[in-house]
Design a protein around this ligand. Sequence first.
Ligand code: LAN
Length: 748
Amino acid sequence: QSVPLTSPDLTPLSSLPEKTDLARWRLTTPGLGTPDVGRHLWSYLSDDEVGTAGEQTMEDRFHLGLLPTSSSGSKGERRSAAKAAEDAFLYYQKVQSPDGHFAGEYGGPLFLLPGLVIASYVTETPFPTEWRIEITRYLRNEQHSDGGWGLHIAGPSTVFGTAANYVVLRLLGNGPDLPFMAKARAKLHELGGATGIPSWGKLWLAVLGVYDWEGMNPIPPELWCLPDGVPIHPWRWWIHTRMVYIPMGWLWGCKYTYHDAETDSLISALRTELYAKPYSSINWPSQRNNIASIDIFAPHTKVLNGLMSLLGIYAKFTPGVVRSAGLKQAYNLLCREDENTGYQCLGPVNKMLNQVVRYAVDGPNSPAMAKHREKMRDFLWMSPSGLMMCGTNGSQLWDTSFIAQAVSSTSTLVRNPNIKPSIQAILAWLDDTQIRENPQHYRSCYRFSTKGAWPFSTKQQGYTVSDCTAEGLKAVLDLQQESMGLEQLVDEGRLRDAVDLLLTMQNSSGGFASYETINGPAVLEWINPAEVFGDIMIEYCYPECTTSVVGALCKFRAHSPKYRRADIDKCVSRAVAYILSAQRKDGSWFGSWAVCFTYATMFALECLHLAGYHYENSEPVRRACAFLVSKQNAEDGGWGEGFESCVRGEWTPTESGRSEVVQTSWALLGLLHAQYPDEDGSLRRGAEFVLRGQEEDGSWKETPEGRCVGVFNRNCGIVYPNYRFSFTIWALGKATQRFGESWPPAST
Ligand code: LAN
């Protein structure tokens, strides 16, 4: 059954099973050469399809947790690092997608399902029964023992997480008296109720009709009508922030609310359940800056609150023509975004907001709505613990380019003829995923160039990311080396396109930001209105992005020494200067996109190695090695850094104190790239930790410490399950280069 959540025909959830049949789920992906190559589509076989559908693939069963695990306590024969890397890839290639990429879950954030479900509810979008069952199961699995949910799976219960996911569960059909719902509500009330929800939550609740628009700070869409030269013009903001505030501005500008809010009994029930006092007695304007303290990462500044008071006055007197012009401009921009991305948009937040706007303007049966409804599927991932919404439509390019580099660094794999088809398929996928043109709507919606880029996920999503372009380029250069013996697919002209694009992305400090150059002043951070995220208003230079780009340019320079040599040399030396200036006193670098110092220090050491700096000739490299070695876990020989590092900005161990296989691989890669002499045996002890953790079948099991090694915006965790293969193989492959193919000897 797939009917809107508001339909009278909706089957009550209480009459449905608590779990679907995992054996009926299938992951498919369109083939190479199609516009949506790499797209992830999970579907559930209907009763009629069960008999005729083929078997589940290894890939399906792997992601659903249905493969038998080999572990029986003993991990079998001890392997050399070379054999371990080989066995790991032999296992991993069995779960490669038929088109050549490696798929995976990209969950972690818990503020995304509310957008999916609230938007589906208000836009009368058909919602499959299996989604209702499995989203419920996922949220129940992620519910903390105190009854609440956090901003992300590794965070404490917050008002945002708890109120918004409580609403999700109610809209899916869970009754308020179910024990887990009562518990969630009790936690929400203990935290003060939904009046203290952060602004993005306030907006979704207002759209649903369970929060009053008067309780929202203004988001004037007219900002988009300012001349481009104005320093705070939204085109200058970080792309994720501005793309979210375009539809938010439209919705706020219209005070758009679900059309049946006043008559729908579920809405009136929610108005009672979410608040600690009667809905009609709430003083809404005084809730605008009421944000529960547990939710706050970036508190409102005085400047922001002052600006919001002024905008509050402005909002009362905005002339109709000005408002219409603002709404029109916001609508135009978001339609162009839909068209540029095949209706899946930059990310999950603006995707669902745009869907509501298109419903409101274009109507429920419009072609735009049909496309939006279809593209919701791209963000959904079915896991052993239920159905979740991902941080993007996947991490396809990112994961695939690391595994490519891992394979090409591992001599036993390079030599193994049986895996050639798999590696050739990786190259074919990378080839197909490079973006060849600038966007259809380009300057007219403030897009950065894309010609020559590799995106983070798929070509259709279509956004340039500096380090994704760099890692894509590095991967192609590695796979197209003669020694790999593969058919060459990406020609020189296209490699140059990638280089040309990267050269335009450098900032005045020499560093590289994520999607674009830095276009706005740092003071914009004073008006960050999002409360739960830090450093989101403008682009910043990131050590990780910069190091990837330097690495790519150095590899390209070695491959093609003449092309734009002077430009590349200059760019690299300015970027290296930035990287060295970003090194902290203790020798580490702060990571913004994974946990945390270990991650960024690995990238820095790889890049410095490619640029010619190593332990013997560079003091910064020696300091970085000393940092890594000082964090090695004396107990188990590995490395384990906790998520708190990202939030606090100081190195913190994992909660359990135990090490973790991905972070150990990062530390090893850092030390190996640096050519650390290893007189103290740190490197070898670390590699032994990775070897000990390997299962008999070649894989590494997820551990609680390793569940959430990614992060964004300082405060939100995100998972990268493929890192358990790419970085482990890469580290073991490199260790083999260093210590020889028979290391460690079987007897030790
Ligand atoms: C990502 C994921 C990948 C990441 C790297 C490539 C690792 C990084 O080096 C550059 C930035 C980038 C592309 C990145 C930016 C922010 C994203 C898209 C995410 C962390 C994944 C999810 C996140 C996005 C902002 C989530 C939606 C939330 C909002 C605040 C709008």
